[in-house]
Design a protein around this ligand. Structure first.
Ligand SMILES: Cc1cc2nc3c(=O)[nH]c(=O)nc-3n(C[C@H](O)[C@H](O)[C@H](O)COP(=O)(O)OP(=O)(O)OC[C@H]3O[C@@H](n4cnc5c(N)ncnc54)[C@H](O)[C@@H]3O)c2cc1C
Length: 488
């Protein structure tokens, strides 16, 4: 029987990053992926603005931007859309009905947020410190986090501490008049989260995402499929074995230590080290089993919030798609979240587990195809969505901007379907909410941060760990480094 130093459950992008790194460090690694292809939820991602230089360097990934200039189009019912140009990260207005004062304020809010997110960005690439460990390294890291915030200067530090718990609506309403601009920034702060613009902490999620994407807008500057292909190639080059279309049923343990995994076909593969790319709830409750965990720990797992609320809509039309009142050269990321009130109303439905009858949309078009993220479409327990109804509502929004829509093919993928395909409990974009009590050393929750678990030899590397979701690969890299550190 073959033996491996490390078995990785799942070939999502974090699993691929972790396995390549471990193999480069001389470990014999096996990846087991449930689906016939690797990449996991990256299948649904349209935008990839940035790949961390650390990931590129560690894995020798040679990937180029498909474009340096991109456009963000915030759609308005009256067709007076706002168009912003992003040129190498520098934003400017191409067209807007906001007055000059608002335009200036909008760009200065973004610059302010950029400053704060840079400070947070420096925490993203390291494993978070453990608060009560008593270790010098953790203490040093905590002090350095404090020092980085202090280095902002008194005024900026106070401002950061003020806004961190605030809701985005309050900050925007205090400073801007134009509804469309307020809707645009609110959209970026709530997409993929269980927050509305008036929910406390919605600024923090925006700063956090900005820190990860190196931009307030996550744009399509790098091809996602190319990135996933390169990660898979990197695994192959480093002799990682990947088994596809095979599902892990159980993580096997003895005396609180991992001894291997069991596949759905009952085959057992031995290893003293298993890393799970599945989300934390699935890993602990389904793959490991609650029986070996203590009651308080199980309570914390169950309290981890992971209700997904973004659905994916793919449309193929009979004809090439033309968006009213926009030059084709400026087609980029389209957003329909016209004002704070509209988004907040859409969020209200989510609170009661209903889909929003007037949804918010973010979409890209290519020739006659359209790919959209729709929110809020909540994950449902013991119920299913009326998919055709949701598609109808989305088409009603889209037809305000795309005249004469003749649909040839349509597909809606709800959070429930994402859960079924990828075993992501709750079908959540980030495998769990990115909120203040589920971030940094509290991610996924106290007692399970820093990628390790209470079971010897079991590690986590998914978006449910620090620093959260998106295609950063940082979770995978940090978790792999933790295994190397522990094996020394
Ligand atoms: C609709 C949608 C749109 C998104 N758009 C973007 C975007 O534009 N830009 C962006 O940066 N991010 C986007 N994201 C977020 C991003 O895709 C995810 O955060 C990221 O892909 C998570 O990666 P991961 O490797 O941690 O986990 P996953 O991608 O979830 O990978 C986990 C893998 O484990 C496998 N697995 C689970 N259980 C088992 C088992 N028992 N046995 C074997 N295999 C198993 C799954 O099949 C899966 O392949 C989007 C997410 C969604 C849902």
């Amino acid at each position: 029987m073959k033996k491996f130093d490390v078995i990785i459950i799942g070939g999502g992008h974090n699993g691929l990053v972790a396995s390549s790194y471990l193999a480069k460090k001389g470990k014999k690694v096996l990846v087991i992926e449930k689906n016939e292809h690797v990449g996991g939820l990256a299948e649904y991602a349209n935008s990839l603005n940035f790949i961390s230089p650390i990931i590129k360097k560690e894995l020798n990934i040679n990937i180029h931007n498909i474009k340096d200039t991109d456009y963000i189009i915030s759609l308005e019912d009256n067709q007076n859309h706002t168009i912003l140009e992003d040129k190498n990260g520098k934003l400017s207005f191409v067209k807007t009905n906001a007055d000059e004062n608002d335009q200036k304020t909008f760009l200065s809010i973004i610059n302010n947020y950029k400053l704060f997110s840079k400070t947070l960005g420096s925490f993203m690439y390291q494993k978070p410190p453990r608060v009560k460990s008593g270790k010098r390294s953790d203490l040093f890291q905590l002090m350095s986090m404090g020092w980085k915030i202090r280095k902002l200067g008194k005024k900026n530090m106070r401002e950061l501490l003020r806004v961190i718990g605030l809701n985005i609506a309050d900050d925007l309403e205090d400073n801007l008049n134009n509804d469309n601009l307020k809707g645009l920034l609110s959209h970026e702060s709530v997409l993929g989260s269980n927050l509305g613009p008036r929910s406390p902490g919605s600024i923090l999620t925006l700063l956090y995402k900005q820190a990860i994407n190196d931009n307030i807008f996550n744009l399509k500057k790098i091809e996602v499929t190319n990135y996933i292909n390169q990660l898979e190639d990197c695994c192959k080059k480093n002799t990682v074995e990947i088994i596809k279309s095979s599902e892990v049923r159980k993580i096997i343990t003895k005396n609180n230590s991992v001894t291997g995994i069991q596949l759905n076909n009952n085959e057992v593969i031995e290893s003293k080290c298993v890393m799970s790319n599945a989300d934390p709830k699935t890993t602990y409750l389904n793959l490991l089993g609650a029986e070996i965990l203590d009651t308080d720990f199980i309570r914390r797992i169950k309290n981890f919030r992971n209700k997904g609320n973004v659905a994916k809509l793919e449309l193929v039309l009979e004809n090439e798609i033309n968006i009213k009142n926009i030059d084709k050269k400026m087609y980029g990321k389209f957003i329909y979240a016209p004002n704070i009130k509209y988004i907040e109303h859409a969020f209200n439905a989510n609170k009661y587990n209903h889909y929003s009858k007037n949804p918010c949309l973010e979409f890209y078009v290519n020739d006659n195809t359209l790919s959209a993220n729709i929110y809020y479409v909540p994950y449902l327990i013991n119920a299913s969505h009326q998919e055709n109804e949701i598609i109808e509502k989305c088409v009603a929004v889209l037809s305000k901007f795309i005249p004469d829509m003749k649909i040839r093919k349509q597909e809606l993928i709800t959070p429930n379907q994402m859960e079924e395909k990828y075993n992501i409990s709750g079908g959540h974009w980030h495998h769990g909410d990115l909120e203040i009590d589920q971030l940094l050393m509290m991610r996924p929750f106290y007692g399970s941060s820093q990628y390790s678990t209470p079971v010897n030899g079991l590690y986590l590397c998914s978006a449910g760990t620090h620093p959260g979701g998106g295609l950063t690969g940082i979770n995978g890299l940090n978790a792999a480094k933790k295994i190397i550190e522990d094996s020394k």
